[in-house]
Design a protein around this ligand. Sequence first.
Ligand SMILES: Nc1ncnc2c1ncn2[C@@H]1O[C@H](COP(=O)(O)OP(=O)(O)O)[C@@H](O)[C@H]1O
Ligand SMILES: [Mg+2]
Length: 255
Amino acid sequence: MNRPASMDPPLRCEGLARSFGGVQAVAGVSLALPAGQVTALVGPNGAGKTTVFNLITGNLRADAGVALLRGQSILGLKPWQVARRGVARSFQDLRLFTHMSVRDNVLAATERSAWFWQPGTGRRAREAAAEAALEATGLATLATARAVDLAYAERKFLSMARILAAQAEIWLLDEPASGLDLASRLRFGQLLKDARARGVAICLIEHNLDVVAELADRIAFLDQGRVLAEGEPQAILRDPQLAAIYFGDRPQEVA
Ligand SMILES: Nc1ncnc2c1ncn2[C@@H]1O[C@H](COP(=O)(O)OP(=O)(O)O)[C@@H](O)[C@H]1O
Ligand SMILES: [Mg+2]
């Protein structure tokens, strides 16, 4: 890792599309995730953000388009195969192993990081990666607690610990900071900045525009399955037409 952002983006999608019955959830999305950058995926509810992740990770089949990881197609692969190639993701609903310990949740994520070009990732290395992830997320003292017994913010950080421990080159994060208090948000921001400095290519779905303004290097604005605008955060966030779309039919609490 640690490659300069100017190199070819490790993940690139072109023309991704997917319909559900009559609903075109994703209608031709092209997106590149450069190494060492945070790309925020912003847009109103139902814009197709989560579906874009699902298409990349093989959780849903694409109707059309390509997704290239280091130049190789990953469409059609199973989610675990995509994970093994170095794409880690989190889910809006977290999907933790609720009745397993915090440590075992994180260890389970390291199994998928036995990438084929890193033979011999032994148990000790996996345990070390898990412990480092627990430290970084502030969960070390809760390692033996069950995930189900954690507080809300702790569960969000457990999801992040699983991402960290997977030692992936690409992170796809689905609303990882939603509902976090300010102190937790700062801690989360630091995790992201550290990963960016290591050269991880990060795609962040985030509704809080303060978080986006602080962390994003670029924004892709999605509406009705299309990328309406893409560029520098300040330009996108100041665009009155995008603001009207974003806030138009959203409940007050999200603003
Ligand atoms: N598995 C699915 N089956 C049917 N419709 C879906 C499914 N996943 C998403 N959709 C629909 O696709 C659209 C985009 O959803 P989603 O990608 O979850 O949006 P976002 O994450 O931007 O809020 C919505 O209209 C949603 O109802
Ligand atoms: Mg979503």
